[in-house]
Design a protein around this ligand. Sequence first.
Ligand SMILES: NC(=O)c1ccc[n+]([C@@H]2O[C@H](COP(=O)([O-])OP(=O)(O)OC[C@H]3O[C@@H](n4cnc5c(N)ncnc54)[C@H](OP(=O)(O)O)[C@@H]3O)[C@@H](O)[C@H]2O)c1
Length: 358
Amino acid sequence: MLRRTLPSFARPSLLCRHMSVVAKSLKYTQHGEPQDVLKLVEDKLSDPTDKQVLVQILAAPINPADINTIQGKYPVKPKFPAIAGNEFVGKVVCVGEEVKSLQPGTHVVPLASGLGTWTTHAVYKEEHLLGISNKVGLAEAATITVNPCTAYRMLKDFVKLSPGDTVIQNGANSAVGQAVHQLCRAWGINSVGIVRNRPEIDELKKLLQSLGATAVLTEDEIRTSDIFKSGKIKRPQLALNCVGGKSATEVSRHLNDRGVMVTYGGMSREPVTVATGPLIFKDIAFRGFWMTRWSKENYNAPERKQMFQELCKLMEEGKFVAPTHEMVPLEKFKDAAAAALNFKGFTGKKFILDMSKC
Ligand SMILES: NC(=O)c1ccc[n+]([C@@H]2O[C@H](COP(=O)([O-])OP(=O)(O)OC[C@H]3O[C@@H](n4cnc5c(N)ncnc54)[C@H](OP(=O)(O)O)[C@@H]3O)[C@@H](O)[C@H]2O)c1
C-alpha cells in the first residue's frame, strides 16, 4: 500500500536530526563461503538527507541467491565492502527533507535489488522502497519481493491460465513452490507438486496440500502415475522447474500440447535436458525467468504495483503465508548460513534473520 503524501513543511518532526545510529551489519570484502567471509561489523550512519530514508531493518531472509552472491557464483556482483542480503522488511525511523511518500513507522520492503539488507539499520533512497501495510506479518513481508513475486509472474506471464487449468512444478516444497500452491488455490488452478522422497514424505505432502497443492508426488511416483492420463486432473499447460536434470525432463513429459516449461532455478546443478518426443510431437516450449531482470524492466509498471497489492491483500487476509521458516538472531548468522548451505540433507525451512529486537 503506498502511503499518502504530506508537504515537507507539515512534517518537521519526521526529519532526522543527529540520530547517531550505529548499524550492525554482516559485511564481506571478498567472495567465499558465508561462514568464512561474513563479519559482523558496526558503522555509524549519517543522517538521511534529501530523498533518503533511515530504516530499521526488522527481518531479512537468507535465500539461495544471497549465498550464491556471497560465493561469487551469481550474476549480481556487489562492490566491496558489501553488506550481504537482498530482501527485508523494515520500519521507517525518519526521512530526509524531500521524501514525500514515506513517514516514520511505515513498514517498507525493497523495490530495488542488491541493497544490502543483513543489517540492523540502513539509509536507502525513497525510490528504492515500497511502503506496505503494517498488517502484513513480518515473515511474509520480509520474503515478499523475491519468491511470491517470482511465483506470481511465472503463473501470469507465460501461459494464459483459467480456473480448472493445471500447473506442475518440481522443488514443490521450495519457498517459490509454496507460493505457487497458494496462488493457485487463490485463483482456482490445479497445482501438482513434485518433491524428492524422504522419510517425512507424508508430513510434507500434508503440509503442501494444506497450502493448496492439488496433488503431491515424489520424483519416483510421477514416473508411473496416471494422474493425467486417467483424466483425474487436466494435463498441465505450464511446468515450473527449479531443479534441472532428470527431474526437469520427467516433469516436461507431462505437459499438454504447446505447453511451456519455465526454468527459474538449477538446484541439482545439472543442465535441463529436453526429451525429443514431447518437443517435436507436442511442440512444447522452454523458457527462462529471472525476477531481478523483470523488476528492473518493470520498475514503475502498473503490473508491478498491482502484483504487490494483490499479494499484500492475500497476506493480510491470511490466505498467503510465509514459507516454512525459522527466525534467527543476526548474531547467529553463521549457524543459519551453514544450515542454508546444507546440500546433503533436505532443505526443510527458510532462515530469516531477526533484527526486530536489535
Ligand atoms: N529466477 C528467479 O528469479 C528466482 C527467484 C527466486 C528463486 N529462484 C531460485 O529458485 C530456487 C528455489 O529458491 P527458494 O528460495 O524457493 O529455495 P528454498 O526454499 O531454499 O528451496 C530449495 C528447493 O530446492 C530443492 N533442492 C535443493 N537441492 C536439490 C537437489 N540437489 N536436487 C533437487 N532438488 C533440490 C529443495 O528440495 P529438498 O527439500 O528436497 O532439498 C527445495 O525444494 C533456487 O535455485 C533459487 O535461486 C529463482
